[in-house]
Ligand binder design. Structure first.
Ligand code: 3PG
Ligand code: MG
Length: 393
């Protein structure tokens, strides 16, 4: 299967053509202030190419989960000036993404001009992949580009439903690059090390199971590690344990080991009695009653970093502890440094792990920082992404 790309679209000439770009501008936003703007930066190559070719570009995205209603605090409006600054052009904003206002705003664009439209998820039709909503979106343009890798695992109107309405529908450069780099994890140089952290076992079980037969080593950290410890019969104190997942965790560990691969769980822990800035903490090998794990311990972090040094491919998703709190961040930091030092192909996905890499200034030492969290996890476990499949010709 071939996925047509931006160059295929550009080959036909785009001067005067209205192009709808589905981007993932779902950035952290607090009181109208943008946190990490990686996702805005990441869609620039596609937008620049289109603008240089004289296209009239309408950009659509979701922000957060407003659930089909207009929620002012989830407006994309604050993103327009940031996009303008990063692209060094004027960016206008339209208060709706469909209907007569949106049509008029797109029709008012000149060649090489760009417009950002309001949050797609203010309409229930977006997530419902509603036919009429998809048709309304398609009326805005003559050609379609999907550059929203972070949302490619969602079958929504703007990522799938809209596509059949266009004779020209292609993947943007970011989407194409993500598939190329994450493809290296699907077909890795060996050994492959997967480092998986984050809060919930339930959201990671699928990927752990899929990687069980695929990765030589799986290293577990973050809050979900405590469910694995419970499955091994080790004390977990008052650490968060997903009781209903303990059996699954045990089964996955057995499957990995039966296949001759290795699954690593923390052998030491940073524990505290409460999670908070300044809370006293200590390093233990066995979690005492009344204490909870807040980070992997130093010996575990060194082990994971050493594994990264010996791997030819490393995939990392999810922090190793509560890394927003400085005294619980050492495990995530050591792992980040280990991944950066690895001579192999290194791919990091998920907002928190990518933020950790950036905060340590290690971005240039990672082969690929993915803009997708959920999407990258689904892709590396071999699943088809609806937003990609629909583009295949
Ligand atoms: C994300 O940040 O995970 C993507 O933008 C998709 O958002 P969603 O998880 O709310 O669908
Ligand atoms: Mg998500």
């Amino acid at each position: 299967m071939v996925i047509p790309g931006l160059d295929d679209l550009l080959a036909g000439g785009l001067r005067g053509t209205r192009v709808l770009v589905r981007a993932d501008l779902n950035v952290p936003l607090r009181n109208g202030v943008i946190g990490d703007d990686t996702r805005i930066r990441a869609c620039r190559p596609t937008l620049r190419k289109l603008l240089r070719a004289g296209a009239r570009v309408g950009v659509v995205s979701h922000l957060g989960r407003p659930g089909g209603v207009r929620r002012p605090e989830l407006s994309l409006r604050p993103v327009a000036p940031r996009l303008a600054r990063l692209l060094d052009i004027g960016v206008s904003f339209c208060e709706d993404c469909v209907g007569t206002t949106a049509r008029a705003a797109v029709d008012a664009l000149g060649d090489g001009q760009l417009l950002l439209l309001e949050n797609l998820r203010f309409h229930a039709g977006e997530e419902e992949n509603d036919r009429d909503f998809a048709r309304a979106l398609s009326c805005l343009a003559d050609a379609y580009v999907n550059d929203a890798f972070g949302t490619a695992h969602r079958a929504h109107a703007s990522t799938t439903g809209v596509v059949p309405h266009f004779s020209r529908a292609v993947a943007g450069d970011l989407l194409a690059a993500e598939l190329r780099h994450l493809g290296v994890v699907r077909e890795p140089e060996r050994p492959l090390l997967a480092i998986l952290g984050g809060a919930k076992v339930s959201s990671k079980l699928g990927v752990i199971e899929a990687l069980a037969s695929h990765a030589e080593v799986i290293a577990i950290g973050g809050a979900m590690a405590y469910t694995f410890l419970a499955a091994r019969g080790e004390p977990t104190g008052k650490s968060p344990v997903e009781d209903e997942r303990v059996d699954d965790a045990r089964r996955v560990m057995e499957a990995v080991e039966a296949g001759g691969q290795r699954i690593l769980v923390p052998t030491d822990h940073v524990v505290a009695q409460v999670v908070g800035e300044g809370a006293p903490s200590r390093v233990v090998e066995s979690i005492p009653d009344g204490w909870l794990g807040v980070d992997i311990g130093p010996a575990t972090a060194r082990t994971y970093a050493d594994e990264a040094a010996g791997a030819r491919t490393v995939f990392w998703n999810g922090p190793m502890g509560v890394f927003e709190i400085e005294s619980f961040a050492a495990g995530t930091r050591t792992v980040a440094e280990g991944v950066a030092r690895s001579p192999g192909n290194t791919v990091v996905g998920g907002g928190d792990s990518v933020a950790a890499i950036h905060s340590l200034g290690l971005g240039s030492r990672i082969t690929h920082l993915s803009t997708g969290g959920g999407a990258s996890l689904e892709y590396v476990q071999g699943r088809e992404l609806p937003g990609v499949a629909v583009l295949e010709r």
